[in-house]
Design a protein around this ligand. Structure first.
Ligand SMILES: *Cc1c(COP(=O)(O)O)cnc(C)c1O
Ligand SMILES: [Zn+2]
Length: 444
């Protein structure tokens, strides 16, 4: 059943080979319909596929993408219909693969976006917004993608949710599975931060640490997906999963009064979130909700795992896999599935892909906390450091209205900040306070 097309331009992906037969394992439920979805199509050769748990083209091994009937959406969607929807990301259900039998909505989305005047002043920008997904149910943007992935998986008849994760995805899969009565089996690299492991185990699913990098874990899952009837959120149901990221773009535009900003800074792991920002902004325009977007999208990677930034800097289209060694573990994907497409979107939008020094990650976390009162994880530190770097190099000019996406909470990665600096411990006596403040910064 494997067909090798002679024209495929992309390198043959080994994970594609392992997971090709997965749609055979779909558990019945033949006639799954998703609102306004025409089907899947291959991003490389355009071949169309019916709605199914499949993520790779059988002919060219290109990734599959959800295709919509935009005319139908345009005639049913409006700013008013969205405003009267739920406060969660599901207010944009018309632009998501939404099963008829309902969705798993535990409150992902609807997160805060506010002006960041103090950080803007420090960086030399006129208008900066911080959109922070720390307020999601499991405190990262991964709740958005998982909410879509498991909603669709359930309509296919899957009872087990699985994933390979750099941490945040594990939290989100375990939580959404728990809340919807699914079983979860989550695979993680064994060196993850304690906060991310504890925040997964608590939901009661199986958590399997693997002695290897995320890329090893991902390969294992691709292999497993060929023989287990499980919904791997970022393997066999990845096309649906990835769509959830668009809701970040939708929320940004709605918050700005249905327009798009001049520039955005977006962290890159697999590159999916990055490409979906561009897709989301285009869709809003194509269904008549916003003027044509002219948003430059800048990517953020940390030096210890920056394969997409390297390809950008070298001006090539191929992303060479690397072995990650970065403090930003949630971004530590050495062989990013959507790196090639992220490069394309960065270039065509006039954006850049920044690689920031490892030392600047914790500095970025501290800078955001100190200026705006927002405590982000390492991925957010990468984003702030990339923003700073892009402004310094004039890739973002001072008068461009900019939105930085802060995708996760700092409490999960406290290790990155090193020793906690407080004053020395005092006895509960007024006269000891001034003395303690006089010797600030002593490690406790
Ligand atoms: C997963 C993740 C990202 C980026 O994800 P992509 O794979 O590029 O879509 C960004 N920030 C955080 C905190 C994440 O967990
Ligand atoms: Zn194809």
């Amino acid at each position: 059943m494997l067909k090798f097309a002679s024209h495929h331009r992309r390198e043959l992906r080994i994970d594609a080979l392992f997971s090709l037969p997965t749609y055979v394992l779909s558990i019945g439920n033949e006639a799954v319909t998703l609102k306004h979805v025409r089907g899947l199509f291959c991003k490389e050769c355009g071949k169309e596929y019916p709605i199914a748990p499949q993520h790779v083209c059988e002919f060219c091994f290109g990734p599959l993408e959800v295709g919509y009937d935009y005319e139908a959406i345009a005639s049913s969607i409006s700013r008013e219909s969205i405003a009267s929807g739920p406060r969660s990301m599901w207010r944009y259900a018309d632009l998501l693969p939404t099963p008829a039998e309902g969705v798993i909505d535990i409150g992902a989305g609807g997160t805060t976006m506010r002006p960041a005047p103090r950080l803007a002043a420090e960086l030399g920008l006129k208008k900066l917004w911080i959109k922070t997904d720390a307020g999601n149910p499991t405190h990262s943007f991964k709740d958005r993608v998982v909410s879509v992935a498991l909603s669709v998986a359930r309509s296919f008849g899957y009872e087990v949710a699985a994933c390979a994760s750099t941490g945040n995805l594990a939290n989100a899969v375990a939580a959404h599975a728990a809340a919807s009565g699914m079983r979860s089996v989550v695979f993680i690299p064994s060196n993850l931060e304690t906060g991310k492991v504890a925040g997964t185990v608590v939901f009661g699913g199986d958590v399997v640490p693997v002695d290897g990098s995320y890329d090893d874990v991902n390969r294992l899952c691709a292999e497993l997906s060929g023989s287990r009837p499980w919904a791997f959120v970022n393997v066999n149901v990845r096309p649906y999963y990835a769509e959830g990221s668009k809701t970040l773009a939708f929320e940004v535009a709605e918050k700005l009064g249905w327009r798009t900003p001049d520039a955005m800074v977006v962290p890159i792991a697999s590159g999916s979130l990055f490409t979906k920002m561009a897709k989301g902004m285009r869709e809003l325009h194509s269904v008549g909700l916003t003027p044509e977007p002219h948003v430059q999208i800048h990517g953020a990677q940390a030096e210890g795992c920056s394969p997409v930034a390297t390809a950008f800097a070298e001006g090539v289209n191929e992303v060479r896999p690397v072995k990650p060694n970065t403090i930003a573990k949630s971004l530590a994907i050495g062989n990013p599935a959507d790196g090639y497409y992220a490069l394309g979107e960065a270039r065509s939008s006039g954006g850049t892909i920044e690689s920031v020094p490892e030392e600047s990650v914790a500095e970025g976390m501290r800078l955001l906390a100190r200026t705006e009162g927002i405590f982000t994880e390492t991925a957010g530190g990468v984003t702030i450091a990339a923003l700073e770097q892009a402004v310094r190099s004039r890739a973002i000019s001072p008068d461009q209205e900019t939105v930085a996406l802060i995708t996760g909470i700092g409490l999960k990665t406290i290790e990155a900040l090193g020793a906690t600096k407080t004053t020395r411990t005092i006895r509960p006596r007024v006269e000891e306070v001034d003395a303690a403040l006089g010797v600030r910064g002593e490690a406790v």
